[in-house]
Design a protein around this ligand. Structure first.
Ligand SMILES: Cc1cc2nc3c(=O)[nH]c(=O)nc-3n(C[C@H](O)[C@H](O)[C@H](O)COP(=O)(O)OP(=O)(O)OC[C@H]3O[C@@H](n4cnc5c(N)ncnc54)[C@H](O)[C@@H]3O)c2cc1C
Length: 374
């Protein structure tokens, strides 16, 4: 374990509008540096997440449909290699390594002591939080179609949860979405009109705010918790068969302690602007990143936890063939057998060749680390 906590500086360069941050900085410290100059990078929801793991595995956030995933904003990184060499990887230097640093995931190729990223200007944004209870499949079809058709200025994350079942009735499905729109509240309402025609939300917050205030509103600071998520990218538009599978499995939530849900980060537009092989982040055809999540508490009984895990695994098995995509390397999934191809797809061989070149004896290794090509 190498503690990078003190590599936590952030310095903005007004000449070329880039920011250079230390390899151990947390996302929240980058945001506070960028908010002072009204600039941003594609950033996630959790300020306590480390920039190192976030950037090296891709980095998804509300701005990605406008500006690509976070690692698409990366222009250079300093790396300490297994043999002790210190190199700068960029498009011109150590370009193979630079390719691997954009989606090849942390802990695989060296120790990144700094990252330099392009930034973009920010001003105001409309943040929204909407909720509907007891939705139909027809509602969900319209929901996904409407968001898929939305302009790239809109970013969202939607959660579908099983509600409480009334005696003799099917368990209802509830929908809750949070997101950001760069534009006016009126335009946002117009974009969402087909969904409102299906059903008016039970919960509705739509407000224009300074960009960084909106980001704080959308952030997920929370207290540490216990959870496992199992992810799949959904290629192309949301298949109706997947909506049916979601209804089947959400209504079959086994009432374990803790919670079960499926979440979707909205991909599309600039996240798919590069080809799958342009960087190590291979997932370039997707409209949604799904994640089936279960949470539990330390006091929860083992049988109750096993019920939730079994539900999650069976739900995951049902949607995997329908989704068409791989799994997100930044949501490490210990129960994924084919993790290497799920995370890296057609880029796996090149990543293994780079591993063989820079770390043939696997100084950097863990359960799901990239193995050197033999
Ligand atoms: C609450 C929460 C919210 C999240 N939200 C999002 C989100 O909105 N979007 C998103 O894309 N992801 C999100 N994630 C996932 C997150 O991106 C990954 O968990 C990421 O790997 C965390 O990085 P870390 O550095 O904090 O973690 P760590 O566990 O410290 O690191 C992850 C891996 O990267 C390696 N690593 C870390 N820093 C470096 C470095 N400087 N050089 C080389 N290797 C390094 C570590 O060795 C380890 O193998 C979230 C995670 C949590 C827990």
């Amino acid at each position: 374990m190498i503690n990078l906590m003190n590599f936590n500086a952030a310095s903005y360069n007004p000449q070329d509008a880039t920011i250079t941050v230390g390899g151990g900085i947390r996302n929240g410290s980058i945001y506070s540096a960028l908010s002072k100059v009204n600039r941003s990078i594609t950033h996630g929801r959790c300020p306590t997440v480390g920039a190192g793991g976030f950037l090296l595995g891709g980095g998804v956030g509300f701005d990605m449909r406008r500006h690509g995933i976070a690692s698409d904003n990366l222009i250079a990184t300093n790396v300490v290699l297994a043999n002790g060499d210190i190199v700068t990887a960029s498009a011109n230097d150590h370009s193979d390594l630079f390719w691997a640093m954009r989606g090849g995931a942390g802990g695989n190729f060296g120790i990144n002591t700094s990252f330099t990223l392009n930034t973009f200007p920010v001003d105001q944004s409309v943040e929204f939080q909407l909720g509907w209870s007891n939705v139909s499949n027809e509602f969900l079809e319209v929901y996904f179609k409407t968001f898929e058709a939305a302009p790239k200025e809109l970013g969202s994350k939607v959660t579908l949860t099983p509600g409480l079942a009334l005696e003799g009735q099917e368990r209802p499905i509830n929908v809750s979405v949070i997101g950001q729109y760069i534009g006016s509240s009126r335009d946002l309402k117009e974009i969402l009109a087909p969904i409102y025609q299906q059903a008016l939300p039970d919960e509705e917050v739509i407000q224009l705010m300074a960009y960084w205030n909106a980001s704080s509103f959308l952030s997920e600071a929370g207290t540490p918790g216990y959870y496992q998520e199992r992810s799949r990218f959904v290629n192309g538009p949301m298949p109706n068969a997947m909506i049916q599978a979601m209804r089947e499995w959400l209504t079959r939530w086994p009432n374990a302690q803790g919670s079960g849900s499926i979440k979707f980060f909205q991909m599309g537009h600039e996240t798919n602007a590069l080809k799958p092989t342009d960087t190590a982040f291979v997932h370039r055809q997707s409209q949604w990143l799904s994640s089936i999540e279960i949470t539990w508490t330390p006091g929860q009984t083992i049988p109750s936890r096993m019920l939730a895990h079994r539900w999650q695994d069976r739900f995951y098995r049902a949607i995997t063939p329908l989704s068409g995509g791989g799994a997100y390397q930044n949501f490490p999934d210990p129960s994924l057998r084919d993790w290497a191809t799920s995370y890296y797809g057609e880029n796996l061989n090149r990543l293994m060749a780079i591993k063989a070149a820079v770390d043939p004896h696997q100084l950097f290794r863990y359960h799901q680390s990239i193995r050197p090509l033999k």
